[in-house]
Design a protein around this ligand. Structure first.
Ligand code: ADP
Length: 485
């Protein structure tokens, strides 16, 4: 069973088909006609659109599994994928969770518990507290030790939420109070702690894979510094600034994090890299990550296949030395939102949706022309990934793919992706997590589209003058990445 929806449900079903595994989809009323429902061998309605009445109904999912004799659940990302209570319930019901143990999820789900867990494993941490702080006087003392500015973080926070930057010591008390009450209302846990605020860091994360026999590998890094609201928009693998030596160091630190909680399956260990090339452990995500395709494209691994094989108790059939980076891959998240309006969601109907197709393009999506993006869920509707033999080729291929991608009816992050690919600080690799804040403004996209309009007008005039036959693009759609690899 794929206890999820959207592109990730489609992605998992593809690998199951390849492996000859029968699939069960679940869906909400808002997803009745969705692609994952049509692709699975069986599909069951969970309830109305809101996820609390559908995709989060753990007991209902388990009942369907029992009735339909489901062997294992792939939870995708989001929803119940990092919920230890759900993992325990599955264990009690004799259903395999394609993911780590409930204990590993629990430890890594708490930022404070994870810092504690890795303490003896030689993993560098951001300077700060490793315990919850409530007392304003203690907070002040810590802030003095590590130096302003500091970041107050909710231990149970996630998805970029539950963080507050404090620039001045006199603001610390007020911000602490607000952070605690926010953490209680958002995450049901008021523990907050203090970390040094790293100015201009890069977000570098490592894909790890472990089996139940104590073997671990890292499938190299992904650079995910192009973010808005602390959430990623563009990712690439490998990073433009990580050399062999640093890769080795961060990779081994990531494996140590995995070891610290006896991790099994695919996981991601996130780090911040500062200007002096110091790296610090941020957190571990105990599930398949949105941006996993770019790691697959440079290593040739099918991470979903390995998640399933590990869950079956198989040993990893390769070692670290067998893995190599082949070329460069970039992912652009296509979200239904308006970059010229503070990246606010823009839901609606895809009046036109024509993805480009080529051997080096992989599109993980679930929408078609005429699809409506439901309001209930995350607004990401596809991931555009390209591969090139090196970074320069990957950037050029991404630009070409964006130019050929036709989307109408909703605002998307497509043109923003083009802006990123053309930006000098992206091209030279020096960009950090403040890329959007430092370099992007709505006018930048409007300027580009003015250029496009001008180019279109000139081209039409030229066509009219020369009476050239109109060339129709190929009707072939979608990516053949899977078939070709
Ligand atoms: P979440 O669990 O909400 O994703 P993370 O701890 O992974 O939170 O951090 C998300 C993002 O927030 C990072 O990619 C980075 O941009 C920023 N961030 C987190 N901690 C720090 C820090 N100590 N200094 C500077 N930026 C940080």
């Amino acid at each position: 069973m794929i206890a999820n929806r959207g592109e990730i449900a489609v992605r998992v079903i593809r690998t199951c088909r390849k492996m000859g595994i029968r699939t069960v989809a679940v869906y909400s009323e808002a997803d009745r006609t969705s692609m994952h429902v049509r692709m699975a061998d069986q599909a069951f309605l969970l309830g109305p659109g809101p996820s609390s009445e559908s995709y989060l109904l753990a007991d209902k999912l388990i009942d369907i599994c029992k009735r339909e004799e489901v062997d294992a659940i792939h939870p995708g990302y989001g929803f119940l994928s990092e919920n230890p209570a759900f993992a325990r319930k599955l264990q009690e019901s004799g259903i395999i969770l394609i993911g780590p143990s409930a204990d590993a999820m629990e430890v890594m789900g708490s930022k404070l518990a994870s810092k504690k867990a890795v303490a003896d494993f030689d993993v560098p941490l951001v300077p700060g507290t490793e315990h919850a702080v409530e007392d304003p006087e203690e907070a002040k003392k810590i802030a003095r030790e590590i130096g302003m500015p500091v970041l107050i973080k909710a231990s149970a926070g996630g998805g970029g939420k539950g963080m507050r930057i404090v620039e001045k010591e006199e603001d610390l008390n007020r911000q602490m109070k607000m952070a605690i009450s926010e953490a209680i209302s958002s995450f049901g846990d008021g523990s907050v702690f203090i970390e040094k605020y790293i100015g201009g860091p890069k977000h570098i994360e490592i894909q790890v894979l472990g089996d139940e026999h104590g073997n671990y590998i890292y499938a190299f890094e992904r650079e995910c510094s192009v973010q808005r609201r602390h959430q990623k928009l563009v990712e690439e693998a490998p990073s433009a600034v990580v050399d062999e030596e640093l890769r080795n160091k961060i990779g081994n630190a990531a494996i140590n994090v995995a070891r610290s909680c006896n991790y099994t399956g695919a996981g991601t260990v996130e780090f911040l890299l500062d200007e002096n090339r110091n790296f610090y452990f941020l957190e571990m995500n105990t599930r398949l990550q949105v941006e996993h395709p770019i790691s697959e494209m440079i290593t040739g691994l099918d991470l979903v296949e390995w998640q399933i094989r590990v869950a079956r108790g198989e040993k990893l059939s390769f070692t670290q030395d067998d893995l190599q980076i082949n070329g460069h891959a970039i992912e652009l998240r296509l979200c239904a939102e308006d970059p010229t309006n503070d990246f606010l969601p823009d839901i609606g109907t895809l009046e036109r949706y024509r993805p480009p197709s080529a051997d080096h393009i992989r599109i993980d999506g679930f929408v078609e022309e005429g699809s409506t993006i439901p309001i209930f869920y995350d607004n990401m509707f596809a991931k555009l990934c390209v591969w090139g033999k090196d970074r320069t080729e990957a950037i050029e291929r991404m630009k070409d793919a964006i130019r050929r991608f036709e989307i109408e009816g909703i605002a998307t992050t497509l043109d923003f992706g083009y802006f990123v690919m053309e930006h000098p600080s992206f091209i030279d690799g020096s960009f950090d997590t403040h890329f959007v804040q430092n370099h992007f403004s709505p006018e930048k996209l409007q300027e580009n589209s003015m250029d496009d309009d001008r180019a279109a007008a000139l081209l039409s005039a030229w066509f009219l003058k020369n009476h050239d036959p109109i060339v129709t693009p190929s009707s072939k759609r979608g990516s053949d990445w899977y078939e070709k690899r």
